[in-house]
Each structure stands twice: as structure tokens, then as C-alpha cells.
Design a protein around this ligand. Structure first.
Ligand SMILES: [Mn+2]
Length: 324
């Protein structure tokens, strides 16, 4: 049990009180935000309630297998129901274009697992010890006595495995493994889901990653790994933003690397900085300094500086985190 029961009760009361809900996901949607939001969608639909899942951008191709992924709407096509539930969103900046929907709501609720979440909603269920927002939603199903059917299991499993690196990262909880075990026992086809997530890679992505990784550099005696990608390089491979997923993890996986940095140029001229660490180096601190967010082991922020300044700043901060 990772949920604060009082907070959980306030969410259940909100769900019972309202009839229609807008469910918000975060910018650069991942398996956990989509999985938890779509599982909430199923929970509400089964209670006979009206709901919409709103996402800043079209659902990434690899998550197209999630049940009801085709019903996810862009903020501009959203209805905006009286009660809003955000899933896996550490702060309101994560809503981006959907922020007005949150602000216009009569009542707001947040379901999250980021310890940086200060509780921006009317009711907040934030479990910093949970490996994924999906773990929190799984417990909500149990607390409400709602059976987790096949479709909800696909969503919840997806969030748990993508946020825990297939149940291997340090955030993996015994509860998360127990939940997966239960879903497996109930007949969930985890092989099929894993093939969808990890073994259905577009050719453009493999080529782009080869290019970026062959140009990565080591700094600080090999303890910092840094890779970068420009818009021109992305265009060279016909690559999409989605094709950049996982690059920073490959940088982190290099033997000597303690902190991994991946800097990607956006089409708006900003730079998206992704950070990963191993062995307790807290990269969340670096992201926080620039208005970003995340966890000790995985964090990110957007830089409005030039590429060279961004590189210099983040290398300096990473060295500091490593005690250099
Ligand atoms: Mn998450």
C-alpha cells in the first residue's frame, strides 16, 4: 500500500460526486501518463460516467496499442468537463496547451507519484514512493472495489514497466511487482505488450540513434556522457521527436557514465535537456534549477540559451552534482 488513505478517499469522493471528467496527461506523453489516464477513463466509463482523455500531442505511435488510444483528444478538440483529473503531472506547466482546461474546471484532482508535486489541485493523491502513477491508479481500482479487466491491465502494466525500466530501476517497488504478478495471473499478455513497446522500432529511429550515439562524448574522466541532436540532423534521417526516446538511456548505460545528458534542439529554437543518472547522483536538482522537473535518477528541462551555453551550464552542474 503506497497511497495515503485520506488523499485516496478525497479522490474517490470527487469521482463519485461528478458525472463528467476531463483527464489530463503531460507534455511529451509517456507510457505512464497515457496508461494512468486511459485506466482512469476505463474506471469512469465502467461507472457510467462521461470522460475524455486530453493529450498535448497525438498519442505516440508506440502507444497506439493502448485500449481507447484512438479516443484521446487534442486540447483544442476537448470539451472541458467540470471535473478535471491530471495523471502523472508534477506541476501545471506540464499541461502546456491544456492548462486552460484545468483552470476552467469546477473541481480539480491530481493523481501522481512525483515527489516534487506540491499539490496544485483541489484534491491531491501524490505517492512519492510509487514507481508509477499507474501504481497509484491500480490501488484506486482496488480501493473502489473495481475489478481490473484486460483493457485496464494493459494500461496499468504499460505505465509500470515503462517508468521502472521493466521493473529494474531503483524506483521499482515490491507492490509494483506484485501488481504485475496479479495481472499476469489474470491472463495479461505481457509478451505482446513488450513487443509493442520495445520491439517495433521505426528504421528512422535506429539510424538516428546510431548517428547520435556515435557522436556522444565523455567528460569529467568518463563520468559524464553527453550527446546532442540538432533539427538538421533529425531532418537528415526523417526522424520524429518520438525517435529520440531512449537515447539518453543508452548514454547512461555506458560503463563509466554516472550522469547522462542528451540535448535536443526543438523547432522553436529551444533545447530540450534530458538527464539520467546512476548510483544516486541527483539530476533532479539540475533540472529544478532551470525550471524543469523529474526524479533523482531521471529529469529534464527546457533551455532557452544557445546550444554552447546550454552544454557549458549543464556540464558544470553535472560535475557539481558528482562532487567535482
Ligand atoms: Mn510517471
Amino acid at each position: 500500500m503506497i497511497s495515503d488513505l485520506k488523499a485516496q478517499k478525497s479522490i474517490i469522493e470527487g469521482i463519485e460526486k461528478y458525472d463528467s471528467f476531463s483527464i489530463l496527461t503531460h507534455v511529451s506523453p509517456d507510457g505512464d501518463t497515457l496508461g494512468s489516464a486511459l485506466a482512469m477513463y476505463i474506471l469512469l466509463a465502467e461507472m457510467g460516467k462521461k470522460a475524455e482523455v486530453i493529450c498535448e500531442e497525438p498519442v505516440p505511435h508506440i502507444y497506439g496499442y493502448l485500449p481507447n488510444a484512438d479516443k484521446v483528444v487534442l486540447p483544442e478538440n476537448a470539451v472541458g468537463y467540470p471535473c478535471v483529473i491530471s495523471c502523472d503531472c508534477a506541476d501545471m506547466q506540464r499541461f502546456k496547451k491544456a492548462e486552460h482546461i484545468f483552470r476552467a474546471a469546477e473541481y480539480t484532482m491530481a493523481i501522481d507519484h512525483h515527489f516534487t508535486n506540491k499539490g496544485y489541485a483541489d484534491a491531491n493523491l501524490i505517492c512519492g514512493d510509487a514507481s508509477a502513477a499507474c501504481e497509484v491508479v491500480y490501488e484506486l481500482f482496488c480501493a473502489m472495489d473495481k475489478p481490473i479487466g484486460h483493457d485496464a491491465a494493459v494500461c496499468l502494466y504499460t505505465g509500470i514497466v515503462t517508468d521502472t525500466g521493466n521493473l529494474t530501476y531503483s524506483n521499482t517497488t515490491p507492490d509494483a511487482i506484485r501488481m504485475v504478478a496479479q495481472m499476469l495471473e489474470d491472463g495479461l499478455n505481457i509478451t505482446e505488450i513488450n513487443r509493442n513497446i520495445y520491439r517495433t522500432v521505426p528504421f528512422s529511429k535506429t539510424r538516428l540513434q546510431g548517428h547520435v550515439l556515435s557522436n556522444m562524448r565523455l567528460e569529467c574522466g568518463g563520468r559524464i556522457g553527453i550527446a546532442k541532436l540538432t533539427v538538421a540532423e533529425m531532418d537528415m534521417y526523417g526522424a520524429t521527436n518520438e525517435d529520440c526516446e531512449g537515447i539518453v538511456d543508452s548514454v547512461r548505460d555506458v560503463e563509466s557514465v554516472r550522469i547522462a545528458i542528451f540535448i535536443r534542439e526543438g523547432r522553436d529554437g529551444t533545447f530540450k535537456v534530458s538527464l539520467r543518472s546512476k548510483e544516486c547522483a541527483d539530476v533532479g536538482r539540475i533540472a529544478g534549477k532551470y525550471g524543469g522537473g523529474g526524479h533523482a535518477g531521471a529529469a529534464g528541462f527546457t533551455s532557452h540559451e544557445s546550444l554552447s551555453t546550454t552544454i557549458a551550464n549543464v556540464l558544470h552542474d553535472a560535475a557539481e552534482v558528482l562532487g567535482e
